[in-house]
Design a protein around this ligand. Structure first.
Ligand code: ADP
Ligand code: MG
Length: 478
């Protein structure tokens, strides 16, 4: 039997506001436990939530970016359940009337093919606190700093057909929310987490199979592994004559397996009802237009522009537009170099990224500025240095030895283009190697490389390679 895999993702993005969704407490990460939870976050009797306007702006911006409907009217509801890190006994979320509905995002399957993934909805909600199981022997600590942090939960259609597609979609959402500046995307700190819903069905069947939900996976690699494990498990269950049970499962990264956590609850288990403490959120057309006016250039548009404007391949353009910071670095470099898009792309994705990756640094922490890199590219294109010598210049700049011109000057790296000088050096080399000259003239043309090497050695790599080749041919010719 051929099985088809069906996946839908629920992604929780923490919105990058300074204060919480319904209170003025700070959302800054890493504070001492319970120093950033105010009376509202603690759910003390008599307090009232007040909606943070900024979260509405961020949700609307996201909705516009995914071509969705931004609802003129959305409603907060109480989702009731008991858990120690939820002092109110309910989470404020949105159920029937979410703020964003019916959008989509196109993911790349390969260089040529894209696939459209439907986004059912995105709704606003508050995060819960955190239970700390490790810090106190035999006891659990509760940190309510995270309680009330704004989340935008982005729910996809069950449109993905493999773990790879799911990861591509997740990466695309990650890239988008960072471009929009609405989420910092930090997965270690829990700002971007994902639940994966997975089912299988016989190839060709219309009806969806029973799904399981894999909870709270916080890395791209784990999403892929968790889904692949779960697909194999479901196939084994069904082919062994059993049935998949609808349930919530936990992915254990250490054991690389999923295991049951709880049976799946239905919406009515939560006794949802509109929160009487909060008015419906009403957005007018002027607000939406004001938000639309602030829309930055989005990754897909930027990638297409990079291919056209700088003649880059789609793959290179996609890599350079993977974050706004990297794309800006590239464009500033090109501006400083006065063109040379392809050369700039090669240096940024090659030499620079290589050194940054080795030190685990981000492009924003690059010790070489776009102006410095652009200045060096100019010296390559005007022939002052060769591409090979440029590596030396680049490393010196990276180590803080100044910009390209001063490095070239200080280290005497200027390319020798004076053909008279080069000719003299070639004559010296030929004179010093009479046997090889004879062999070459006798037909051993492979030896040409040997002479090039000798001349380059004599000039410490500074002779203009094209000029060396030309003159060597002439002089060796007799
Ligand atoms: P719930 O309300 O239980 O969270 P939803 O219907 O809102 O369930 O769906 C949650 C997620 O599960 C969505 O991303 C949806 O695309 C996905 N999903 C629903 N049914 C299936 C299925 N049979 N197989 C895989 N994913 C599914
Ligand atoms: Mg859900």
């Amino acid at each position: 039997m051929e099985w088809e895999v069906v996946i839908g993702l629920e992604i929780h993005t923490q919105l990058a506001t300074r204060s919480k969704i319904f209170s003025g407490a700070s959302t800054a990460y890493g504070a001492e436990p319970n120093t950033q939870a105010c009376a509202v976050d603690l759910g003390l009797p008599g307090v009232l939530p007040v909606l943070n306007r900024e979260v509405v702006r961020m949700a609307a911006l996201f909705g516009l970016a995914i071509h969705a409907r931004v609802a003129p009217r959305s409603v907060f509801a109480r989702k009731n359940y008991f858990y120690p890190d939820l002092p109110k006994g309910y989470q404020i979320s949105q159920l029937d009337l979410p703020i964003v509905e019916a959008g989509y995002l196109d993911i790349d399957l390969d260089e040529q093919t894209t696939k459209r993934i439907g986004i059912t909805r995105a709704h606003l909600e508050e995060d819960a606190g955190k239970s700390l199981h490790e810090d106190f022997h035999g006891q659990t600590g509760i940190d309510l700093n995270r309680a009330g942090t704004p989340l935008l939960e982005i729910v996809s259609e069950p449109d993905m057909r493999s773990a790879r597609e799911a990861v591509a979609y997740m990466r695309k959402i990650h890239e988008l929310v960072r471009y929009l500046g609405i989420c910092d995307g930090n997965m270690q700190e829990g700002s971007f987490r994902c639940d994966a819903n997975v089912s299988i069905r016989p190839q060709g069947q219309q009806e969806l199979g029973t799904r399981t939900e894999l909870k709270n996976i916080n890395s791209f690699r784990f999403v892929e592994r968790a889904i692949n494990f779960e697909v194999e498990r479901q196939i084994d269950v069904i082919e062994g004559g059993g049935r998949v049970i609808q349930e919530t499962r936990l992915y254990d990264a250490d054991l690389d397996e999923t295991r049951p956590m709880r049976s799946k609850e239905e919406a009515n288990d939560y006794r949802y009802f509109p929160d009487p403490d909060l008015l419906p959120v009403e957005i007018d057309a002027a607000f939406i237009e004001a938000v639309r006016a602030t829309m930055p250039e989005l990754p897909d548009a930027k990638r297409d522009r990079f291919t056209q404007e700088y003649g880059l391949s789609r793959q290179d353009a996609a890599a350079l537009t993977s974050s706004r910071e990297l794309a800006d670095f590239f464009e500033q470099t090109v501006a400083a170099a006065g063109g040379e898009g392809k050369l700039a792309a090669n240096w940024i994705m090659g030499e620079l990224s290589g050194l940054l990756n080795k030190e685990g640094r981000d492009i924003s922490a690059s010790p070489v500025t776009p102006q410095q890199l652009g200045g060096m590219l100019q010296r390559i294109s005007d022939g002052t240095i060769s591409g090979k010598i440029a590596k030396q210049v680049f490393e010196a700049m990276y180590n803080g030895e100044g910009d390209a011109d001063s490095v070239i000057e200080k280290k005497g790296l200027k390319q020798i283009t004076d053909s008279g000088a080069i000719e003299q050096m070639i004559r010296d080399v030929l004179e010093a190697n009479p046997k090889q000259v004879e062999q070459y003239r006798g037909g051993q043309e492979k030896l040409f490389g040997f002479f090039v090497g000798q001349v380059m050695k004599a000039t410490q790599g500074k002779a203009n390679p094209a000029e060396v080749n030309k003159l060597l041919k002439q002089l060796l010719g007799g």
